[in-house]
Write a protein that binds this ligand. Structure first.
Ligand code: ADP
Ligand code: DP6
Ligand code: CO
Length: 346
C-alpha cells in the first residue's frame, strides 16, 4: 500500500431493511455487550419501504473515522460505533482491486480510516427501529468493504453491539434473537426462523403518527425499566419464554389468529412494563385497531399486520376514512411494507 498513490478511494454501498418485533426485546443483562434478558422475534420489512442506505469510503488520505447520518455529521466516540468498527477491523482480510491497482492487506486495515454516509428513508429515533436498520447496515457494509469472511450469524453478534434490535436485520423473513448464555455474548445471535416467502400473504401497514424524535431513547427507557419495574422480571422469565415457543409454532403453521393474539398481547405487556417504570414511560398515542395484529414499538407509530392483501385493503380504506393523513388527526402517512430480504446495492 505504501508505494501506491495516496489519492485512491475505495467505496461500498449497502441497503438494509428495518425489522419490527412481534415478541419484544426490552431490558439488558449487559449494557456494554448488549445482551438481552429475553429472546425476541421480529419480522424484517421490505427495503423498498423502510431501510437504511449506507456508503463507506476508505482512503489513505483520511486521518480519522467520520460519519454523517442523514447528512449531518455525528460523533463516532460512543462505545457502540467503536465496538462495531473494532470487531470488523479485527476480522478484515486482504482486498485487491486490480482495475484501480489497489492492494490492501489485513494489517493495512488497522491503520486506514473510513468515512461513512448513512441515510434512513423513514423517521430516525421515532420508534420505527432506525437503530436496527442503521447498525445492521453499518456492520454489513463495513464487512463487505473489509472483506470479512464471516456468516450472517457472526455478523449479527457484531451488529448487536451497535443496537440489540440490529442483529435481527441481518436476515429477511421472521427472525429470532437468541439471548444466549455466555458472558462474552458469543451465543447471543440472530437466527432465521422462516424466510420472507414462507408467509408472503402478510401485509404490514405502518401508520406514521409522529416523525418526531422520541423523548426517551430505547436504550435509556429499557435501562430505567430494568432498574425500577417490579413486573419486568416476571415478563422476561415467565411470560416471554412461553410466548416465544407459541409464536414460533404460529409462524411455522401460518396460524394468523394465534399470531395476532400473541403479537397484540406482547405489545400490550411491553407498554405495561413501560408504565410500571418509574417515572413511567409513555410511547403510545391512543390508536388501536381490530381485524389485524397490531404492535407498537418504543414510539407512537402503529404497525399493523394484516392476514392478506384483501384484509389490508379494507383496513387501509377504514384507516384513511377515520384517520386521513395530514388532517387534524396528527397522522403523517401510511407505509405499506412486504416482508423482504437484505439487499446488496452493489
Ligand atoms: P429507534 O426507535 O429509531 O430505533 P433508538 O433510540 O433505538 O430509536 O435509536 C436511535 C439511534 O440509532 C440514533 O440516535 C442513532 O444513534 C442510531 N441510528 C439511527 N439510524 C442510524 C444509521 N442509519 N446509522 C447508524 N446509526 C443510526
Ligand atoms: C421496543 O435495539 O433500539 O423496539 O439495544 O439499546 O439500541 P438498544 O435498543 P433497541 O431496542 C428496541 C426495543 C423495541 C423492541 C424490539 O425491537 O425488540
Ligand atoms: Co432502536
Amino acid at each position: 500500500m505504501a508505494e501506491q498513490s495516496e489519492k485512491w478511494v475505495l467505496m461500498v454501498t449497502a441497503q438494509t431493511p428495518t425489522n419490527i418485533a412481534v415478541i419484544k426485546y426490552w431490558g439488558k443483562r449487559d449494557e456494554n455487550l448488549i445482551l438481552a434478558i429475553n429472546d425476541s422475534i421480529s419480522v424484517t420489512l421490505d427495503p423498498a419501504h423502510l431501510c437504511t442506505t449506507t456508503t463507506i469510503a476508505v482512503s489513505p488520505s483520511f486521518n480519522q473515522d467520520r460519519m454523517w447520518l442523514n447528512g449531518k455529521e455525528i460523533s463516532l466516540a460512543g462505545g457502540r460505533y467503536q465496538s462495531c468498527l473494532r470487531e470488523i477491523r479485527a476480522r478484515a482480510s486482504d482486498v485487491e482491486d486490480e482495475k484501480k491497482g489497489i492492494k490492501i492487506t489485513k494489517n493495512d486495515w488497522q491503520n486506514l480510516h473510513v468515512h461513512v454516509a448513512s441515510y434512513n428513508n423513514f423517521p430516525t429515533a421515532a420508534g420505527l427501529a432506525s437503530s436496527a436498520a442503521g447498525f445492521a447496515c453499518l456492520v454489513f457494509s463495513l464487512a463487505k468493504l473489509m472483506n470479512v469472511q464471516e456468516d450472517n450469524g457472526r455478523l449479527s453478534a457484531i451488529a448487536r453491539q451497535g443496537s440489540g434490535s440490529a442483529c435481527r436485520s441481518l436476515y429477511g423473513g421472521f427472525v429470532k434473537w437468541v439471548m444466549g448464555k455466555e458472558e462474552n455474548g458469543s451465543d447471543s445471535i440472530a437466527v432465521p426462523l422462516v424466510d420472507e416467502k414462507h408467509w408472503d400473504e402478510l401485509v404490514i401497514i405502518i401508520a406514521v403518527v409522529s416523525s418526531r424524535q422520541k423523548e426517551t431513547s430505547s436504550t435509556s427507557g429499557m435501562r430505567e425499566t430494568v432498574e425500577t419495574s417490579a413486573l419486568i422480571e416476571h415478563r422476561a422469565k415467565e411470560v416471554v419464554p412461553k410466548r416465544i415457543i407459541q409464536m414460533e409454532e404460529a409462524i411455522q403453521n401460518r396460524d394468523f389468529p394465534t399470531f395476532a393474539q400473541l403479537t397484540c398481547a406482547d405489545s400490550n405487556q411491553f407498554h405495561a412494563v413501560c408504565m410500571d417504570t418509574s417515572p413511567p414511560i409513555f410511547y403510545m398515542n391512543d390508536t388501536s385497531h381490530r381485524q389485524v395484529a397490531y404492535t407498537f414499538d418504543a414510539g407512537p407509530n402503529a404497525v399493523m399486520i394484516s392476514r392478506n392483501r384483501k384484509a389490508a385493503t379494507l383496513m387501509l380504506q377504514r384507516l384513511l376514512f377515520h384517520f386521513p393523513p395530514n388532517s387534524d388527526t396528527d397522522l403523517n402517512s401510511y407505509v405499506i411494507g412486504d416482508k423482504s430480504i437484505l439487499k446488496d446495492a452493489g
